[in-house]
Design a protein around this ligand. Structure first.
Ligand code: C2E
Ligand code: CA
Ligand code: CA
Ligand code: CA
Length: 278
C-alpha cells in the first residue's frame, strides 16, 4: 500500500534522482520550510509489553517538500546542524509535539511524548529555559516529556552537557539513551548520567530470533538495566514473534513497525485503538 512506502532518505549531499544534490536545496530551503509549515511531526506509538498498552509516542520529523515529496529526517537533520539551525528546528519539533500532546489529553488520550535531541542541543544552555517555556505554553507537566539523546552526545563536552542534563532531569523531564548498543559507552558510564531509560537499537532487536549474539546482547542489556533501575524500550520491533521473545526476556517496552508506524498526530488515536484491540 502507498502508506507502507518508505519516505525518501536521501542523505545530505547525495544525488537526487531528479539530478543535482540535496545539500544546497536543504540549506536554502529549510528555514523557509519551517515558516511555511512544511515541516511536520509524525508520531510512533510506544507499547508496554506486559499490558499491551500504549503509554507514549516518539516524535519523528518529516519534510513535506512541495517538489520532492515526503522527506525523512536523514535528509535534513544534518543540514540543520551544519547551518546553525538545529536549535530553531528542535524548538519547532518540541513545540509541535507538546501542542499535540496537550490536544490528545483534552480528548482523553494521555501519552508521554519523546523528542530527539541533536548533540548540538546539549551544548546550548538556553535549551533548559526553552523546554520549560514550551511546557508552560501548553500547560503540561515536565513528566509528560522525554528527551532522547545518543550515547556519545554527552561526551562531546561532558561538563556542559552534564549541567544541561542535570537541569532537565531536575525539572522532571525523562532522559533516555537512543540507539543503545551502537556507541562505545558502558552502562557504568551511562549510569552516571541522569538517564532513566535505554532504547535498544533496532540492529540488535531485529536479529534476536535468528542470531544468538543479538539475542544475548538484548537479554543481558535488559537484565543489567533492571539491576541499575533503568527502563528499556526495544526499537524496531517488526513482528509478533520478536515481541514475544522480548516479553520472555522481560523487556519493558517496545516500538516498531510491527506495532505501529509513525503517523500524523490526528491519526494516532486510531492507531492506539488498533493496538489495544489486538
Ligand atoms: P531514531 O531516533 O532511531 O528513530 C527511529 C527511526 O526508526 C525512525 O526513522 C523510525 O521511522 C524508524 N523505525 C521505527 N520502527 C521501525 C521498524 O520497525 N523498522 C525499521 N526498519 N525502522 C523503524 P526516521 O523517522 O526516518 O528517523 C531517522 C532518525 O532521524 C531518527 O532515528 C532520529 O535519530 C532522527 N530524527 C528524527 N526526527 C528528529 C528530530 O525531530 N530531531 C532530531 N534531532 N533528529 C530526528
Ligand atoms: Ca529516537
Ligand atoms: Ca533509535
Ligand atoms: Ca537511529
Amino acid at each position: 500500500a502507498a502508506k507502507d512506502r518508505p519516505v525518501r532518505t536521501a542523505y545530505y549531499g547525495t544525488e537526487l534522482e531528479s539530478g543535482g544534490t540535496l545539500a544546497p536545496l536543504v540549506i536554502g530551503e529549510l528555514r523557509g520550510a519551517l515558516e511555511a509549515g512544511d515541516i511536520v511531526v509524525y508520531y510512533q506509538p510506544q507499547v508496554e509489553i506486559g499490558t499491551g498498552r500504549v503509554f507514549g509516542v516518539e516524535a519523528l520529523s518529516r519534510w513535506q517538500h512541495p517538489v520532492y515529496g515526503l522527506l525523512g529526517p536523514d535528509s535534513f537533520i544534518q543540514a540543520a546542524e551544519r547551518t546553525g539551525m538545529i536549535g530553531t528546528f528542535t524548538q519547532f519539533v518540541l513545540d509541535a509535539a507538546l501542542e499535540q500532546c496537550a490536544r490528545w489529553r483534552a480528548e482523553g488520550l494521555v501519552l508521554t511524548v519523546a523528542v530527539n535531541l541533536s548533540v548540538l542541543n546539549l551544548l546550548d544552555r538556553g535549551l533548559v529555559e526553552d523546554v520549560q517555556a514550551a511546557l508552560d505554553r501548553h500547560g503540561l507537566s515536565p513528566t509528560v516529556l522525554e528527551l532522547e539523546l545518543t550515547e556519545g552526545s554527552a561526551m562531546v563536552d561532558p561538563r556542559r552537557s552534564r549541567q544541561v542534563l542535570g537541569a532537565l532531569s531536575g525539572m522532571g523531564v525523562t532522559l533516555s539513551i537512543d540507539d543503545y548498543g551502537t556507541g562505545y559507552s558502558s552502562l557504568a558510564y551511562l549510569q552516571k548520567l541522569p538517564v532513566r531509560r535505554l532504547k535498544i537499537d533496532r540492529s540488535f532487536v531485529a536479529g534476536i530470533l535468528d542470531d544468538a549474539a543479538s539475542a544475548a546482547i538484548v537479554r543481558s542489556t535488559v537484565e543489567l538495566a533492571r539491576h541499575l533501575g533503568l527502563d528499556v524500550i526495544a526499537e524496531g520491533v517488526e513482528d509478533d514473534e520478536t515481541l514475544l521473545a522480548l516479553r520472555d526476556m522481560q523487556c519493558h517496552a517496545a516500538q516498531g513497525f510491527g506495532l505501529g508506524r509513525p503517523v500524523p498526530g490526528p491519526q494516532l488515536p486510531e492507531v492506539v485503538r488498533r493496538i489495544h484491540d489486538r
